[in-house]
Unconditional design. Structure first.
Length: 193
């Protein structure tokens, strides 16, 4: 079981630093996505290469970032929400590049900017997921299916049949529950922005 801090205390009238909140949420999303790769590997799905693992993590992180946006929608002003989502996305891009560099012994690809590429994916997925309904702060079946299809595309043919069920029914409910607890800790439902 992955332990993630989801209860945040603050003194009355004290506002959390938005950069701190973004770092915590990005770290939570990253850890959950990374753990999902471990879960998939233990369930005998062939991740095989770090590149495949990072592509799956990227798709999961984009989905969870969009979920943060949905959760924040009725909890804060639009500008504050956009700043939060943008800051979490930028921090996720930094974490992504840092992890890729660890796997490549610090060698940067001179032909590809991993942070810019990830942010481009985030922007594409934010548009994609905006088409779906997230009723009562949960993802709809079509939204989860879209995510699972993105992951299915990067999997070995032998895993493509079952990966969707694993992602939709097993991995995402727990991941979304943890992200919701984190957002609730910083921005409780019904609290003033």
């Amino acid at each position: 079981m992955l332990r993630i801090k989801t209860t945040w205390f603050k003194k009355e009238g004290e506002q959390r630093d938005p950069a701190e909140v973004a770092t915590v949420l990005a770290s939570t999303i990253w850890r959950l996505s990374d753990r999902c790769i471990d879960n998939l590997s233990h369930a005998d799905y062939d991740i095989i290469t770090p590149q495949r693992g990072f592509r799956i993590i990227a798709e999961l992180a984009c989905f969870l970032l969009h979920y943060v946006d949905r959760l924040a929608f009725n909890r804060m002003e639009d500008e504050q929400r956009q700043d939060l989502v943008s800051a979490v996305g930028v921090r996720l891009a930094e974490i992504m590049e840092q992890n890729i560099l660890e796997f490549s012994d610090g060698q940067k690809d001179p032909d590809y900017d991993h942070q810019a590429g990830f942010i481009e994916l985030i922007n594409r997925r934010m548009v994609d997921y905006s088409e779906f309904v997230f009723p009562e702060e949960k993802a709809s079946f079509p939204a989860l299916r879209f995510l699972s299809l993105q992951i299915r595309e990067v999997m070995e043919r032998s895993d493509q049949t079952w990966i969707q069920d694993q992602v939709m029914d097993i991995e995402m409910p727990e991941m979304m529950g943890t992200v919701k607890k984190s957002v609730d800790g910083f921005y409780p439902v019904g609290a003033n922005p």
